[in-house]
Design a protein around this ligand. Structure first.
Ligand SMILES: Nc1ncnc2c1ncn2[C@@H]1O[C@H](COP(=O)(O)OP(=O)(O)OP(=O)(O)O)[C@@H](O)[C@H]1O
Ligand SMILES: [Mg+2]
Length: 317
């Protein structure tokens, strides 16, 4: 049997009316092409991350895998089956948690499990609640929980039917830093249990911490796919020299070794192939302008740098 649990081949997906002889003339008004030929495959047991700016097509791709959106063209196979036949294998956490408001946390887990023909015992439900830190919320209505607690309920619900493949759309989006770490551990736990995880995130450090492989997606197309390290290496992003200062970007661009320049917060970030040459030139420039370079650091390029290179934009949460 193939080791691939998820196969996505040349998928096109759109919202709105299809182009026709009539709408072509009007420019196909209201039509959005969300995916424009996406192919990727995920092996059993992987944690795979989809990264991309708002509107890139990440949630649409998950919806095609879940069978909630019918692609216009291309093929999706989940464990060799079309999505409609693979529902029992999938656990899904949607980006906007569509929790039924008038049920308690424990009831929600029962109801969602039953949708997938699973009937967890009380002990199994208690176990799930304990894993997600929801024991005290067990008998509370979902609508009375905080945003972060609701997100944890959505994660627990995704696991209610003991799925092989877990699809998580921004699983840590609304979580505080501590809860985020807890969810990271839970996701690693799913991996240790042999489950496959496909997740979306806007947090680069999350992708680097969790995902064996990632795909960077922008405007409905995959821009890069592989391990975070291979994506960074493949793009030949150079080391970044960072200094707490404000200098005219066009003058910094002209210094030796400099490939690109940007501001992140109050820091000047200079991508350079020759840090040893760039640093003294930067200091000289600052001195000429009567400025100083505070807090200088040199760091190796990371996934965020690769993302910026590929999409030309910063990630927006
Ligand atoms: N139900 C819908 N009807 C019409 N257009 C939609 C619908 N859902 C998404 N879109 C459009 O499809 C494109 C892809 O959206 P999608 O939700 O897949 O992006 P995303 O990568 O998940 O973004 P985000 O990071 O903001 O969640 C966007 O242009 C979006 O406006
Ligand atoms: Mg989304």
């Amino acid at each position: 049997m193939s080791d691939l649990i998820l196969e996505i081949d040349s998928v096109y997906a759109a919202y709105g009316r299809p182009r026709s002889l009539f709408t072509l003339g009007a420019g196909g008004a209201g039509r959005v092409e969300a995916l424009r030929g996406v192919s990727l495959s995920v092996a059993r047991g992987e944690i795979f991350g989809l990264l991309g700016p708002n509107g890139a097509g990440k949630s649409t791709l998950l919806a095609c895998v879940e069978g909630l959106h019918q692609p216009e063209a291309g093929m999706v196979r989940v464990a060799g089956l079309p999505p409609a036949q693979a529902k029992g294998r999938l656990g899904v956490q949607l980006q906007k948690a569509a929790l039924l408001d008038d049920l308690t946390v424990a009831e929600l887990i029962e109801v969602y499990a039953a949708l997938y023909n699973a009937f967890p015992s009380r002990a199994q439900i208690d176990d799930l609640l304990a894993r997600f830190g929801l024991v005290e919320q067990r008998n509370r209505l979902a609508r009375h929980l905080s945003g972060g607690q609701q997100q944890r309920v959505a994660l627990a619900v995704a696991l209610a039917a003991d799925p092989e493949i877990v699809l998580l759309d921004e699983p840590t989006g609304a979580l505080d830093p501590q809860a985020r770490r807890v969810v990271w551990d839970l996701i690693r736990g799913l991996h240790d249990e042999g489950r496959t995880v496909l997740l979306t995130t806007h947090a680069m450090e999350e992708a680097e911490a969790l995902c064996g492989r990632v795909a960077i997606i922008d405007q409905g197309r995959i821009m890069a796919c592989g391990t975070p390290a291979s994506i960074v290496a493949g793009l030949e992003v150079r080391p970044m020299l960072k200094a707490l200062t404000e200098l005219p970007l066009d003058q910094v661009r002209g210094l030796p070794g400099v490939h690109s320049v940007r501001y992140t917060g109050q820091h000047l970030e200079v991508e350079t192939s020759e840090p040893q040459a760039t640093l003294p030139a930067l200091q000289a420039l600052a001195a000429r302008l009567g400025r100083t370079l505070g807090e200088i650091s040199l760091r190796q390029p990371n996934l965020e740098d690769a993302f910026l290179r590929l999409t030309g934009r910063a990630l927006t949460a």
